[in-house]
Design a protein around this ligand. Structure first.
Ligand SMILES: Nc1ncnc2c1ncn2[C@@H]1O[C@H](COP(=O)(O)OP(=O)(O)OP(=O)(O)O)[C@@H](O)[C@H]1O
Ligand SMILES: [Mg+2]
Length: 636
């Protein structure tokens, strides 16, 4: 184990201080040094006072020094505390900023989908919640006092140079030995161990189950409240046990610590006493040296280790995460402009991919998507459809093969430039806790623009302020708050409201429609209509068709009523494209697509009592046949 003051973790903490606030950090250090020297100054002043009095001299100056140092010791302590708390709050805020930057900096998302790193992000976040230790702003005053104790102990020991050159060395050595032995009992080294992180992850999960709305609903229905509370309690207790066990006082250490302290102090005090008795040490000097011996005791018994270690944890985790980011989420970005791409086609050549180098999800996908056409991708759950969408958006890069736009590997294009060509609704699209306007146009947009997009997505009523409605009309969000497109879509805000699943999906589609109007050339829709009612789906489709007439559209869906209108359909299975063609071609082939289509059609026929199982339009529309205009297609 390295000496405590050389600890890399402490260095990270001290390096963070000026980063968080230069002025406060300077004041904090200045106060630390001053407060560390004051006890030694008081001991010297007291010795001078006693010496002056015992020699019958004038004690005026030494008395003033005693008074000044005493007052400063008293006054500077709360000032230092206040500076420390303030600095601690800045450090906490700065670490959060670094944490967010670390999470957002990589162009890809591998770092956020890695279980180990997810745990580290939880651990890093926990420092502010006081889960494995007090939050840093509460630690900082104790770290300050720890530094003062350390400094004052050394300063006190240094006074003994005036007595004997070996005395401070002996004193520091004996207290350091004591401190190291006690440290064994107070330092928690396993705070980043697998078992700690695991207990923390489970406790955190149980907590979120209790407070997050989606989970809270199921907990009630399944009667899992007691189970969740029990689980939370069990893992929190486990965490506590681990930490207490790690920091348990050990008798053997205590015994050796006491012996080390006794040996050093005993030797110095004994020679001092002998010197005083023989008259070699004056009364004034005796007071100073005894005071110094007592003052140095903080070196052995102070608990600064615990506070330094606790406060050093947050910067340590943040630093470790920052250093890991480049190897996880970083993706190479070329310099090529993607402006106007693709003019000809998007091409996947022998694309292979597996998460974290695991078994391949995509195992040689070969596919051409002509620019301006629509391609639907179907396949069973877990076939790799969403994964393919992620690769197209360059959230990951293929392990093998390449994806090209007009023959240019996407990796040769500037990543931002390529992404500006895309607009996507992912399966797990984001419901921003922002206004309706910001949900549709996150980077800002005019009223007319936003309202147009909402109309295209069949969500115009969401923005309407005035009364209206009727059967099948989406309820207005503005009706309650009266704020129209500026209504916040979250119940957490005054006047805010929440939407139904299908309403949210319309808002996400409106976001895409607007992006297309702004010039996006590739639309990737991953289950865009899964939550829409049948009538809504048909209507949206018609509008989507208008809006995306000239763009390349990739549509992932399990709804064959949606899929069949794409120009071409590909079936993904076993990591490969196993069928590709138009709806009619694939039905005629009688393969995978035809089977899936017929199955869904038959199910609808059974549900509706319609005797259709041949895959004709009524059945395959999953019930939307009446509403969907015949011949509606995605592409031009
Ligand atoms: N972040 C991830 N880390 C590891 N494995 C993943 C990750 N995301 C998906 N997978 C795995 O990759 C495979 C393909 O997943 P993907 O989400 O692409 O399927 P999908 O075809 O979109 O399925 P669905 O129809 O259910 O949406 C699955 O076996 C899944 O378990
Ligand atoms: Mg998916």
């Amino acid at each position: 184990m390295s000496a405590p003051w050389k600890s890399a973790e402490w260095n990270l903490l001290f390096r963070e201080l000026p980063r968080a606030h230069r002025g406060l950090a300077r004041a904090w250090w200045a106060l630390s040094v001053l407060r560390a020297l004051l006890p030694a100054a008081l001991v010297i002043a007291t010795g001078a006072l006693v010496g002056a009095v015992s020699a019958g001299g004038r004690p005026g100056l030494s008395l003033a020094l005693v008074a000044a140092t005493s007052i400063l010791i008293l006054v500077l302590s709360p000032v230092h505390d206040a500076v420390s708390t303030n600095l601690g709050a800045h450090v906490g805020a700065d670490l959060h900023r670094r944490l967010l930057r670390a999470a957002l900096e990589p162009a890809g998302i591998a770092h956020l989908e890695d279980p180990d790193l997810a745990d580290e992000f939880t651990l890093a976040r926990d420092f502010d919640l006081g889960i494995t230790g007090p939050p840093i702003r509460l630690c900082m005053p104790f770290v300050a006092n720890g530094l003062v104790e350390l400094g004052s102990g050394l300063a006190a020991a240094a006074i003994l140079f005036w007595y004997q050159w070996w005395a401070p060395l002996l004193l520091v050595a004996s207290w350091t030995a004591t401190h190291r032995l006690l440290r064994e009992s107070t330092v928690w080294r396993s705070w980043r161990s697998e078992e700690v992180v695991r207990a923390q992850r489970h406790a955190d999960y149980a907590y979120r189950m209790a407070v997050d709305v989606p989970a809270a609903k199921e907990l009630r229905l399944f009667g899992l409240g007691g189970w969740t509370v029990g689980r939370f309690g069990r893992y929190r207790r486990e965490l506590l046990d681990i930490s207490l066990q790690a920091m348990r006082l050990r008798e053997r250490s205590l015994l050796w610590a006491a012996l080390a302290a006794l040996a050093g102090n005993g030797a110095i005090v004994a020679t001092l006493a002998a010197g005083a008795l023989s008259g070699r040490v004056t009364l004034g000097r005796l007071v100073v040296f005894i005071g110094a011996v007592i003052g140095a005791a903080v070196l052995g018994i102070a608990d600064f280790d615990w506070w330094f270690d606790t406060a050093a944890r947050p910067p340590t985790v943040v630093d470790s995460l920052e250093r890991k980011m480049p190897s996880f989420g970083a993706l190479p970005s070329g310099a090529g402009s993607a402006r106007g791409l693709p003019r000809r086609e998007i091409r996947l050549r022998e694309v292979t991919f597996g998460y974290r180098g695991g078994s391949p999800v995509l195992a040689g996908v070969d596919l051409s998507i002509p620019a301006g056409s629509s391609l639907a991708i179907v396949g069973q759950n877990g076939a790799g459809k969403t994964t393919l969408a992620k690769l197209l958006c360059r959230l990951y890069d293929p392990d093998g093969g390449r994806i090209e736009a007009d023959g240019i590997d996407l990796r040769e294009l500037d990543i931002g430039s390529w992404r500006s060509r895309l607009t996507t609704v992912f399966q797990d699209y984001v419901k921003y806790e922002l206004s309706l306007r910001e949900n549709v146009a996150p980077a800002g947009g005019s009223d007319a623009d936003v309202e147009w997009a909402l109309r295209q997505a069949g969500a115009a009523d969401l923005a309407a302020d005035s009364a209206g409605g009727g059967p099948g009309v989406v309820p207005r969000v503005g009706a309650g708050g009266g704020q129209g497109i500026d209504t916040v879509l979250s119940k957490s805000y005054a006047g805010g409201i929440d939407l139904s699943g299908g309403q949210w999906q319309r808002v996400a589609l409106a976001r895409t429609m607007r992006a297309v109007r702004q010039g996006a050339g590739v639309v990737v829709l991953d289950e865009p209509t899964a939550q829409l009612d049948v009538r809504g789906e048909a209507e949206i489709f018609r509008r989507l068709l208008d809006a995306t007439r000239d763009v390349t559209t990739i549509l992932i869906s399990h709804r064959f009523s949606t899929v069949r209108h794409a120009d071409r359909i590909c079936v993904l299975e076993g990591g490969r494209v196993v069928e590709l063609g138009t709806h009619d071609e694939l039905i005629a082939r009688g393969g995978r697509y035809a089977t899936m289509f017929t199955l869904q059609a038959a199910r609808f026929a059974a549900d509706s009592g319609t005797p259709k199982s041949d895959g004709t339009e009524a059945g395959a529309d999953g019930g939307s046949s009446g509403a969907l205009p015949a011949g509606a297609g995605l592409g031009p």
